[in-house]
Design a protein around this ligand. Structure first.
Ligand code: UD1
Length: 341
């Protein structure tokens, strides 16, 4: 029988791809979502890939009564917790919404996990917890976390802290924080992908939307940074690789007999500049992209990429897909949702 896994925010970008990979790996994912930042059509996309509609628990992750009732009625082996706000700029404008939703949601789920130590827990953390890693481009899990540059960043930073404190109070719990680098791309079937609400802040959705004609041009934020070509460098990871990392994380925790709070970088181990991403997009898809260089964006880290040794060692996981795969899949998805031939 398939083991049940609750996926909070399972209708979102990373959540939906993870639901697919959990199913492919033999788990039974159940989505908890209230669709405030996602679209119900995602369920059809998932069902096109896995052959059936995933089970849905409609509701707010902060609703502790809903969670308790669900746990009473379902035997689950783990909770993967994605449900959270994630727009850096918006978090500066509406910090209380971010602290309330992201921290309250996490606390609600951890309360359930604390009462049921048989339930394993995976948290969506972010490389944002490293802030600007001065003098160091490649970061390991031991690299000191610096001060986050936004309320969003603080919610991830504090999230890890809260999980640590919970683990310190109950050493039987099996917990893992995955520090994602920059997720990009879409499922190769183009049945699911990223659906940014409003104007995207992230690079790849802005590139695909510009190519699709939604914006006149892409502005590259800064071109005189001390990097290979003057533009910022990030570790872009295909969302399907990232989804598979969650499956490996769950496999690990479910088999683990003793309590833990593991923290693991999930990236490719390789940095790419903004210009390299633009060129890859143009070359792979044979599309010309209109872009200009503009001023630097406040708070941008110059160059950061993951050391992925620990992910290999602990989870036997590494990224398999390339930037070529990611820019191709992202463009196929954008073309499909915009009905471009
Ligand atoms: C941002 C967040 C990070 C979050 C991640 C989610 C900040 C400081 N960090 O990461 O906390 O986890 O999103 O995916 O905001 N760029 C352009 N033009 C654009 C958009 C982006 O040149 O229109 C550049 C940026 O300057 C940056 C790179 O592309 O150098 C990647 O930007 P983005 O996709 O926003 O990701 P991060 O800033 O790395």
């Amino acid at each position: 029988m398939r083991k049940k896994v609750l996926v909070t925010g399972g209708a979102g970008y990373i959540g939906s791809h993870t639901v697919v990979e959990l199913f492919n790996a033999g788990y039974q994912p159940i989505i908890l979502d209230d669709f405030r930042n996602s679209d119900e059509s995602v369920l059809d996309g998932i069902s096109q890939i896995i052959g059936s509609k995933p089970e849905l628990l409609r509701g707010d992750v902060c609703d502790t009564n809903l969670l308790s009732k669900f746990i009473k009625e379902n035997e689950i082996c783990g909770i993967i917790h994605f449900a959270a706000y994630k727009a850096v700029g918006e978090s500066v404008e509406k910090p209380l919404n971010y602290y309330q939703n992201n921290l309250e949601g996490l606390v609600a789920v951890l309360k359930v996990v604390s009462m049921h130590p048989e339930i394993t827990f995976v948290f969506s953390s972010s490389c944002t917890v490293y802030g600007e890693p001065f003098g160091q481009k490649e970061v390991t899990e031991k690299t000191e976390r610096s001060i986050p540059t936004s309320p969003y960043g603080y919610t991830k930073w504090l999230g890890e802290q809260i999980i640590n404190d919970v683990f310190n109070s109950n050493a039987d719990l099996r917990l893992m924080s995955l520090r994602y680098f920059n997720p990009i791309g879409a499922h190769e079937s183009a049945a699911i992908g990223e659906l940014p609400i409003g104007k995207p802040n992230n690079l790849l959705p802005f590139i695909t939307q510009t190519a699709a004609g939604l914006h006149d041009q892409l502005t590259i934020f800064g071109n005189d940074y001390p990097t290979i070509d003057g533009t910022c460098v990030r570790d872009y990871i295909h969302v399907v690789d990232l989804a598979e990392a969650h499956v490996k994380a769950l496999d690990f925790l479910v088999k683990e007999s003793k309590g833990c709070h593991e923290v693991v970088n999930i990236g490719t181990g390789k940095g790419s500049s903004v210009l390299e991403m633009v060129r890859a997009f143009e070359q792979v898809n044979q599309v010309k992209l209109n872009y200009e260089f503009g001023p630097k964006r406040a708070g941008d880290v110059i160059e950061i990429y993951a050391n992925v040794d620990y992910a290999k060692e602990l989870l036997a996981w590494q990224a398999n897909k390339t930037i070529t795969d990611a820019v191709r899949d992202a463009w196929n998805w954008e073309k499909l949702i915009r009905s471009i031939e």
